[in-house]
Design a protein around this ligand. Sequence first.
Ligand SMILES: [Zn+2]
Length: 305
Amino acid sequence: MRDEHAERYHVGMNPAKIARFRDSERYFICPLCHDALHLDGTSLRCANRHTFDIAKQGYVNLSPSAKQSQFYNKESFANRGHILDAGYYDHIMRAVLEAVDNHCPAPHNVDFAGLRDAQCPAVLDAGCGEGFYARAVQDAHPEADVLAFDISKDSIRQAAHEDMGMAVKWFVGNLADLPVHDGTIDCILDVFSPIHYDEFRRVMKDDAVVIKVVPGAHHDEQLRELARAQLRNADYSNEQTIEQFATHFTIVDSQLISQTFAMSDDDVRTFAHMTPLLFNVDIDALDLTQINELTIEARIIVARK
Ligand SMILES: [Zn+2]
């Protein structure tokens, strides 16, 4: 039954959306038995015949029991997509790309065939959301293998849908039990996402880097000031997060990226509804018209094992 279903699926499926999973055994393991996963028709399958279909958008669900977050629904994706498209995070994205360029082992002076087989850098975006950073890295580095996952199926579906290059290997995955082989990743991106130290270390090569992005102390400060009465702690601090990170990895670079934008009332409203720092605030009780500019700030930290 399963094969018939896959066959039928195949007819309507764009082969380009499957091509990116051709060398799956290089990176992916079965979330059930941890055996290597191979591309088989329009599915990834292990030797024990555990089967994971590639969805028509071009992603694979390797965490079939994943739960959705109440804060990441279709509406919040639309809001986030609008804010990202408007360019308010472009300075953060440029800094992430720069960090990849400067610290991810780049395959210089290698002929193309050799590069593809041996030295193609593997970048894993852990908690990629709607894929803004993963797509940017893949566009900037067509030679790289970019793997990107999130626990939210909705966000991965959206990310894959918007991936015009069809090169990023999108998957739904569990941060605490990554369906990825030991020691295969050159660079982990961890952008505004939780971290799982043991899993990161396990999948990283010895000389791999983690690029971690955390909100800066001034991030969203105009909104947090307005919501001060409702917030338990209006003064956001990332110090604890960074200190903890530094006990697990050796920090080799750290920079603060900050820009303050004039923002329309509509964009302020959209932003207020999407920022995690205000998830527990009653947005409708705030007079958002008092805000006409907003600071988008992040610290970009590069670290090694
Ligand atoms: Zn299996």
